[in-house]
Design a protein around this ligand. Structure first.
Ligand code: WT7
Length: 652
């Protein structure tokens, strides 16, 4: 394969710019100087960020990189993560500040102050100790979005146990393999949670999973829905165990490199990888980035990240980062459309949310539902908007900015991964003139680059692979129990560089655009074309809400572009006809050039997504190439593929 074939074509042109609002720029937590400061002395910069935390013992060495790619940050330092997230705020006189405004899906609520959080976490820590959980033991957590979820995580951190949160939507098999891999001693779960207006059981899945997990000694069950559950010998009710515990517990300082948690991420192949995060560096970077990227003012802001805590976004930006910063957050249990499609905006209005962090998949769903829904609520409290999880299409960015942000809020498109632990590439809301669709620049202290297949930095205007050149504090330390796989997956593609697995381009100003997973890049007539760019071109058509693009084998061009398009709610009837498809093909040709024109466009009602909201292009490739579908077990809703299949004859 020639080098030009290995380099991504740089097709999308975007000229819109949004400067930071003057007021925000004037009072921003972080100014442009931070970039220079970090460039002059990266380790000194991170050491200063670590000083945001309270250490029981100061570190001797900021970074030990003598055995790459195994990093040790803040060597010799000791701290307790839960103390940093809870107790120290209470000691500073902030016990009455709200840590979480919790909102259950049925509309029940709970307000938890830092003082109350300290008591709850202490009780839960004492309960775990009573069950025999000790420093270094693993605890699996399989809970809905209820306060007991962060409380359980912090209780583990408090006693030095390593938690492994498993997203509540995962099956018994997925849960079993994660419990087994981590050799968890205790599982914390609930009878169920609320989803789409009804109780959704969790306990039967746990019962099924722990049949074959000999490591599990106890299953602690929170009563949430009150539905009948089977009671097994290992079960103990949370309210029987935790409520009677003392609400005082002295947190134990641990080594900076003590394992804080394992979080499993399903690679494209093979068994899930247990991503290991440790204590001091992780908390340093989550706290710093939450402060810098969202311009958090803990005295006045109300922050809401809509992710599920079962994903890394929730770990870093609902639990650890915000709490380390003493923030007030909203914690919401349910789905965006229950009991109605304006539910999220109602929550923003109710709590006067100022900082809002969500995913492109949600934004595109709201675009599809129509502008009038958010318009029915008072969103004037908002001042910063964030996006994470996938590339945000420029049109979705602009829609978000206008319809949610009232045209006044900066949008920060934050690139990172489960593996990076914290945000790596993002605009700074008081500094950066944002471009719709671009993650812009690596944060201060982060050395990200775009390289070609020879590991050479690409010039401005070029495309290639995203890499990280230097270790960062919140980086994964290994894959749990599999150092070799860690080295092979992340550090072998390019010698000495962390390979993120994403395609990226650097525009003429040197700003970075993410172009999707490299597995999703298409090779059309010798040009590497990004699925993201073609999708963004489709979404820039006023009648399109969402699009997914795949490469399908083609006798002439090698691969040909096949697109799946969901029209906007307001688009009307004509979107069914051939004329609409022709119009869209023409639109892509005009926006990106004829090379990017899809061979085929299918109009569909839904797209297949993973439970974390990413489009499953692999299944769409199966459809495009007329194959039987591969593994659909990680799909949120498998009926989606039936809906798409029904559309096929007319599209072929
Ligand atoms: C992958 C990591 C990071 C928390 C949620 C996902 C994609 C993430 C962006 C963004 C373009 C993005 C990448 C990355 N991704 N954020 N702002 N722009 N792509 O964590 O499940 O570990 O997925 O999500 O492809 O590699 P994850």
């Amino acid at each position: 394969m020639s080098q030009s074939q290995e380099t991504l074509s740089n097709l999308l042109q975007e000229t819109r710019r949004f400067s930071p609002p003057a007021e925000l720029a004037e009072s921003a937590n972080v100014t442009a100087e931070a970039y220079e400061e970090a460039a002059a002395d990266r380790l000194g910069f991170w050491a200063r960020q670590a000083e945001r935390l309270t250490w029981a013992k100061r570190w001797d060495t900021v970074l030990d990189w003598s055995n790459p790619p195994f990093a040790k940050w803040f060597v010799g330092g000791e701290l307790n993560v839960a103390y940093n997230c809870v107790d120290r705020h209470v000691e500073a006189g902030l016990g009455d500040r709200v840590a979480y405004h919790w909102e259950g899906e049925p509309g029940d609520t709970r307000t938890i102050t830092y003082a109350e959080l300290q008591r709850e976490v202490s009780k839960a820590a004492n309960a775990l100790l009573e069950l025999g959980v000790r420093k270094g033991d693993r605890v699996a957590i399989y809970l809905p979005m209820i306060p007991e979820l962060p409380i359980s995580m912090l209780a583990c951190a408090r006693i030095g146990a390593t938690h492994s949160v498993v997203f509540g939507g995962f099956s018994a098999d997925a849960l079993r393999s994660r419990i087994d891999d981590a050799q968890a001693k205790v599982v914390i779960t609930a009878d169920g949670g609320y989803r789409r207006g009804k109780p959704s059981a969790l306990k039967p899945t746990v019962d099924e999973a722990v049949k074959d997990t000999p490591s599990v000694e106890k299953v602690v069950v929170v009563r949430r829905t009150g539905e009948q559950i089977a009671e097994n010998p290992r079960d103990v009710w949370w309210h029987d165990l935790v409520e009677r515990q003392s609400d005082e517990h002295t947190p134990e300082p641990v080594d900076a490199e003590h394992p804080l948690y394992i979080l499993y991420t399903s690679g494209t192949t093979g068994k899930p990888k247990g991503i290991l995060h440790t204590s001091g560096g992780y908390l340093t970077q989550t706290a710093y980035t939450h402060y810098a990227v969202f311009d958090l003012k803990p005295e006045t802001d109300v922050y809401w990240c809509t992710a599920d805590i079962g994903w890394v976004t929730g770990h870093s930006y609902i639990v650890y980062g915000p709490l380390a910063n003493g923030a007030t957050s909203v914690l919401y249990e349910g789905t965006p459309d229950t009991p109605h499609k304006g539910r999220w905006w109602e929550v923003v209005q109710k709590y006067k949310v100022t900082i809002f962090y969500t995913a492109p998949t949600a934004i595109r769903t709201f675009m599809k539902w129509g502008d009038d829904i958010p318009a029915g609520f008072d969103l004037s409290s908002l001042r910063v908007l964030g996006s994470v999880g996938e590339p945000i299409n420029p049109e979705a960015y602009v829609w978000y900015r206008e319809n949610i942000g009232g045209g006044r809020c900066p949008v920060v498109d934050t690139w990172w991964q489960t593996e990076t632990g914290a945000i790596m590439i993002s605009p700074l809301p008081g500094v950066t003139a944002g471009k719709p669709g671009a993650a812009m620049r690596p944060l201060p202290g982060v050395e990200a680059d775009v390289v070609d297949d020879q590991a050479q930095s690409v010039p401005n205007g070029g495309g290639g692979f995203l890499v990280i050149r230097e270790p960062w504090p919140s980086m994964l330390r290994t894959i749990w129990g599999d150092d070799e796989r860690y080295v092979k997956t992340y550090w072998s593609r390019f010698d000495g560089l962390y390979f993120a697995g994403d395609g990226a381009k650097r525009d003429d100003d040197g700003d970075i655009w993410l172009l999707g997973r490299v597995d999703d890049v298409m090779l059309v007539s010798g040009h590497n074309i990004s699925t993201t760019e073609v999708e963004s071109a489709l979404v820039s058509h006023p009648k399109v809400a969402e699009a997914a693009v795949v490469g399908s084998t083609d006798p002439v061009t090698g691969q040909a572009i096949v697109a799946f398009v969901i029209p906007r709610g307001s688009a009307g009837e004509e979107v069914e006809g051939e004329g609409f498809v022709a119009e869209l093909r023409g639109h892509v040709a005009k926006t990106l050039g004829p090379i990017a024109k899809p061979r085929q466009i299918m109009i569909v009602p839904e797209l297949p997504k993973t439970r974390s909201g990413k489009i499953m292009r692999r299944l769409l490739r199966d459809v495009a190439e007329n194959r039987s579908l591969g593994d659909v077990t990680t799909l949120t809703d498998s009926s989606v593929m039936d809906l798409i299949a029904q559309k096929l004859p007319s599209a072929k």
